[in-house]
Design a protein. Structure first.
Length: 356
């Protein structure tokens, strides 16, 4: 992943986009203060704070807002769509000029998006794309590629044979659906000798652990696990340890594990041989470009599909819906290619999880 973009002062897009520049403000624990002024007042809803990935994102947001001169009002919807709808009402009452959110239920947010549009308050969604409704920009990575990369890794390591468990996220989320569909399609097309057991978890760690334990009880010869997010990391490692399966890849009992997030713990676990790979989802870039785009929206700038100067591509996913698909590399122990595609070694300094 190209991390040099973090040093860029702006966002210059090919095909006529305009640079977005900013300077200095601050945030306090109660919401925000700063020198950006009411004209650059943005509401940012944090989707949850019960995972290391989202806590990292929460840490990046005020740092980048300070750089850009964006004043913040912040809320936390705690993975509850009712909270997010209420928090959006709060933002409107506070006079925000734009909103950044990451709706976990990507269908139920539609009426709120319509209400914000009627108020002429632009919305940027990060990590997720709403099923319907209008937003100024979606900032996420290609989640179908996440599922495909995990499939290619496990299929290659297992030599195209065996059984794997996929611990799915919430299927009410575009992310859960994208990762699940792509993983299954890749397995059917490329590794028909592998049996996939899909386990719905709703992004809940206790559900993931319980279902994985049950699956191992009925199919003790499981040889691969795909966790669609690091929410399942602790439970998976505990179950493998209990079953005496935390052994090196050279041991025939080894269960190959690929995760998704790129948090520091995952990178350490790869180095320690506890898991084998992860997809580095860019928590830092979600924060940076979520704010850059909401600032651009407030300032009346527009964008078109095409490549960006930060190693991504803006695509049009449907009429009136643009998505900046940020890079998200597969991270492995040795950085060797998988199925002809490059990977990044776990200790690479370009990974946000190695940079505090």
């Amino acid at each position: 992943m190209k991390r040099k973009a973090l040093l860029s002062a702006g966002l210059t897009l090919v095909l006529g986009a305009t640079a977005v520049l900013g300077a200095g403000c601050g945030e306090d624990a109660g919401g925000s203060t700063g020198s950006g002024g009411a004209e650059l007042l943005a509401g940012v809803d944090y989707p949850r704070s019960d995972t290391d990935f989202w806590n990292s994102y929460i840490g990046y947001v005020p740092r980048f807002a300070d750089e850009m001169g964006v004043e913040l009002k912040t809320t936390n919807s705690q993975n509850d769509i009712a909270n997010l709808i209420s928090n959006a009402q709060t933002f409107m009452s506070q006079g925000v000029k734009g909103v950044v959110m990451a709706p976990q239920d990507t269908a139920a947010i539609a009426p709120t998006l319509t209400q914000l549009e009627d108020r002429k308050i632009p919305v940027v969604t990060i990590d997720t794309r709403p099923d319907t409704g209008k937003v100024f920009m979606v900032v996420r990575a290609d989640n179908r590629a996440y599922g495909t990369k995990a499939c290619q890794f496990l299929g290659t390591k297992l030599g195209g044979r065996g059984k794997v468990v996929m611990l799915q996220g919430g299927l009410d989320s575009i992310n859960g659906r994208d990762r699940t569909e792509a993983f299954n399609e890749c397995m059917r097309s490329n590794f028909p000798g592998i049996t996939v057991f899909g386990e719905a978890t709703d992004w809940k760690a206790d559900v993931a652990a319980s279902k994985l334990q049950t699956r191992f009880a009925s199919d003790p010869d499981i040889k691969g696990v795909y966790m669609q997010s690091s929410f399942a990391l602790s439970g998976t490692l505990q179950i493998l340890k209990q079953r005496g399966l935390q052994v090196p890849p050279s041991d025939p009992r080894h269960v190959f594990v690929v995760s998704n997030d790129g948090i520091p713990e995952e990178l350490k676990n790869i180095g320690d041989g506890l898991i084998d790979a992860t997809v580095s989802q860019p928590a830092d870039l979600y924060a940076r470009y979520g704010l850059e785009y909401v600032k651009a929206a407030i300032e009346g700038k527009t964008f078109q599909p095409g490549p960006t100067d930060h190693g991504s591509t803006i695509i049009q996913v449907r009429e009136g819906m643009l998505e900046d698909q940020l890079p998200a590399p597969l991270v492995t122990a040795d950085g060797a290619p998988i199925a002809g595609e490059p990977t990044v070694k776990f200790d690479d300094a370009s990974l946000w999880g190695n940079n505090g």
